[in-house]
Design a protein around this ligand. Structure first.
Ligand code: MN
Length: 236
């Protein structure tokens, strides 16, 4: 299987800094063994930037399966958090996709960043958000309309850097030629709907242009958070 990809990150219109991180930073083409990841850091005194950078650095230097890389990254963030008082309590989300030569996509995930599969103009969210609002929605405590403006919509229930023992979700997707995979931080999905994402992905054939268009749309909707997108197209 051949893959072509593009990644972009933008601070948005409100935040002074960008605590998101993405891998790889360069766009390119590959026949597989492609690693793509998005991390959304949190914590004061620039600790969020460090947490997401440590997570990305760790998974990029690992040979393990996707979920195990997320666990390794968690231990690395925990170590950094304990080493310095001003980094204490730093954390990050992490969503990792390993694109294999045979078309298998191995996903490891913790937090509220997302991985979507776009297949024949249908958009499917592969990952589950580890957030309070997602839990409320799943149990029927609130409706989808109430979730949009919910006061606790930024509260995440799982992230790296909180406990040595992190529960990591594991997903496997059998990719087909023509599929498009999107990894993104919540700075995209808190600003625009899945329908808007699906429209942009189907209107923009080039992954780089699609990434820019998504960031532009999130900024036009307010750009309240850092926005990161990674798009991988599956070729013949
Ligand atoms: Mn965010």
């Amino acid at each position: 299987m051949k893959y072509t990809w593009a990644t972009s990150t933008h601070p948005g219109l409100v935040r002074d800094s960008n605590e998101d991180a993405v891998f790889p930073e360069e766009d390119g083409n590959s026949a597989g063994d492609l690693l793509v990841a998005v991390a959304d850091g949190m914590g004061g005194h620039a600790a969020g930037e460090i947490a997401s950078a440590v997570a990305i650095e760790t998974i990029a230097g690992s040979e393990a399966a996707a979920a195990e890389r997320v666990r390794e990254a968690n231990r690395a963030v925990m170590e950094r958090g304990e080493a310095r008082a001003d980094h204490h309590g730093m954390g990050t989300t992490l969503t990792v996709g390993l694109f294999m030569p045979d078309g298998t996509l191995d996903v490891g995930h913790a937090g509220d960043s997302r991985l979507y599969l776009s297949r024949r103009h249908e958009l499917l969210q592969v990952t589950t958000d580890h957030s309070l609002v997602a839990e409320y929605l799943a149990t029927g405590k609130i409706t989808a309309e109430e979730a949009v403006d919910h006061p606790q919509r930024n509260v995440i229930t799982r992230a790296l850097g909180i406990s040595w023992d992190l529960e990591v979700d594991d997903h496997r997707v059998n990719l087909r030629p023509g599929d498009r995979v999107l990894l993104c931080s919540d700075g995209l999905t808190s600003m625009i709907s899945d329908d808007e994402i699906a429209t942009i992905l189907s209107e923009q054939p080039a992954p780089q242009a699609a990434g820019w268009a998504l960031i532009e749309a999130a900024n036009q909707a307010g750009g309240e958070d850092n926005i990161t997108v990674a798009i991988v197209d599956v070729l013949e």
